[in-house]
Write a protein that binds this ligand. Structure first.
Ligand code: NAD
Length: 494
């Protein structure tokens, strides 16, 4: 609503991985001019050539269309994005630290420290990465200290007074842009951005799901804006005007609440998954059926069926590291007891991986050494090539350690999996690996796996044993085709 056509803020995206590339493409699709930057030159080359460096449905077509329109470009130059942008979205990775549970903020800090000294005119820096509560406040201080636009008189960059001004600035009018700065880079006359006065920070956590990233970005459930001034809120509203116009709810809050919304959401989702997987553990002890249990629970509207699917647990580049970073942060804040349950959530999740190995062993008379296993799936979930903390790869690894001969098939993730877990064998062909296999283990519920014909596959394998760790197969159909069908949390029926 704020940005009339032709007066839209120019956007940049810093860090063009799963989140950043998607955000850049989708914002261009919404009509903005967008410039993406990354420290990984090969990623920038591929994106510039119209190639998505990872698997995400629908994204490649939109990338090519928006490159062709001229609205979307990529660069490795921070100078260029600093010149270009009115609103800079920071989307760099915040992985788990190598030495503990906490988040590794080194990429984030280095991106901000590289960008800030180049920011010579009013603009909004928007953090989208998932970060521990309290991170944004620190980044606001860094921007206040390092961004020349926050020092219009050219005062020394470390002046504490200037830092306070920018961090607490309300409408920024006290810091009207210098005439030369306002005109720099031929930027459009965007009043809403000039209102910022200097460089300000907002936190706008991202909730997209890999595999649905385009739809989630174009039509999010909600937008969360963590801001320190009405001017920052105004600039964010203009950067999301086409999304807000759809009626998407906007929650405007402070930095810390915005940061917490993301980690709280992921903690809740992880809890729901581990809850039903804990029920699966109990079901196994009494030969009950967790699928029926989950279905019955899901009809209770207070519980709901989403994320209540038992299986081999959660993984990926977000949930595991986010719940760990959340615990680490709570410990630092002296409220570790409040999140101690997340340790259990993680523990339940890990045990499901071991359980799948037990099921395979049980089906093969207790011995896994030298058994030939066809593992279906490497990605942490279908419709993604992401193997970060993938339960499928973790189980493949555990199976290999027992001495089994494991070959993994995945429609799109074997390229990443080969690097993450080089000690197992990979193949592109289910049929080739099925020939002579002692068991089939389904670990990622790709549709093409769910649609496998048990009769035809049964003619290829050495033994008709299948462990369906994701409850993706029709157990009755497989049993009718002569298979021993086992699935976690379900009666064995053998
Ligand atoms: P990713 O590893 O795919 O992408 C991160 C990108 O940042 C990489 O391309 C890397 O080269 C780049 N980068 C690193 N340091 C940089 C620097 N100094 N300057 C510029 N670029 C730099 O990670 P991702 O999955 O896109 O996640 C990014 C952030 O978004 C994380 O905080 C993550 O928790 C959050 N997030 C991810 C998802 C998701 O589904 N992947 C969803 C919501 C939130």
């Amino acid at each position: 609503e704020d940005a009339a056509d032709g007066h839209r803020p120019r956007l940049t995206v810093i860090g063009t991985g799963y989140l950043g590339a998607t955000h850049a493409v989708c914002m261009a699709e919404l009509g903005f001019e967008v410039l993406g930057v990354d420290v990984d030159q090969s990623k920038i080359e591929r994106l510039s050539a119209g190639e998505i460096p990872f698997y995400e449905p629908d994204l490649a077509d939109l990338l090519r269309a928006n490159l062709a329109s001229g609205r979307l470009r990529f660069t490795t130059s921070f100078e260029e994005i600093a010149e270009f942008g009115d609103v800079h979205f920071v989307c760099v990775g915040t992985p788990q630290r190598a030495d503990g549970y906490g988040a590794d903020l080194s990429h984030l800090n280095s991106a901000v420290e590289r960008l800030a000294p180049l920011l010579r005119r009013p603009c909004l820096v928007v953090g989208k990465s998932t970060v521990p509560a309290g991170t944004a406040a620190g980044i606001a201080r860094t921007l206040a200290r390092l961004a020349p636009a926050n020092h219009p008189t050219g005062a020394a960059s470390a002046t504490p007074g200037a830092a306070v001004l920018a961090a607490t600035g309300t409408n920024g009018r006290a810091q009207a842009a210098t005439p030369d700065a306002a005109g720099q880079g031929g930027t459009v006359d965007v009043d809403i951005v000039r209102e910022l006065g200097g460089v300000q920070l907002a936190w706008n956590p991202e909730f997209l799901r890999e595999g649905f990233a385009v739809a989630d970005t174009l039509h999010p459930d909600r937008l969360v804006f963590g801001v320190a001034s009405p001017a920052a809120e105004g600039a964010l509203r203009s950067a999301f005007a086409p999304v807000i116009a759809q009626g998407v709810p906007v929650i405007v809050t402070d930095y810390a609440t915005a940061e917490l919304v993301k980690t709280a959401a992921n903690s809740f989702l992880a809890t729901k998954i581990s809850f039903i997987n804990a029920m699966a553990e109990v079901c196994e002890a009494v030969d009950a059926d967790v699928l029926t249990l989950a279905e019955a629970l899901s009809h209770d509207v207070r519980i709901g069926g989403n994320f209540l699917r038992p299986g081999v647990g959660f993984g990926g580049g977000c949930l595991p590291k986010d719940i760990r970073a959340f615990q680490a942060r709570a410990d630092e804040l002296g409220v570790g007891a409040a999140l101690r349950f997340l340790r259990e959530i993680d523990g339940i999740n890990d045990r499901r991986r071991d359980r799948v190995v037990e099921l395979v062993a049980a089906a093969l008379d207790g011995t896994l050494a030298h058994r030939r296993l066809l593992v279906l799936g490497a990605a942490f979930k279908p419709n993604s090539d992401d193997v970060r903390d993938s339960p499928a790869l973790a189980v493949a690894d555990l199976l290999t350690r027992t001495g089994a001969e494991v070959t993994v098939v995945d429609p799109v993730a074997t390229h990443n999996a080969r690097r993450a877990l080089p000690q197992v064998t990979y193949s592109e062909s289910v049929d080739e690996v099925a020939a002579g296999a002692d068991a089939v283990v389904l670990l990622t519920e790709w549709r093409q796996f769910a649609e496998l014909d048990p009769v035809r596959l049964g003619q290829l394998v050495r033994r008709r044993v299948v462990v369906d760790a994701r409850h993706a197969l029709d157990g009755d159909r497989w049993r009718q085709a002569g298979w021993v069908y086992l699935a976690p949390g379900r009666p064995t029926g053998v």
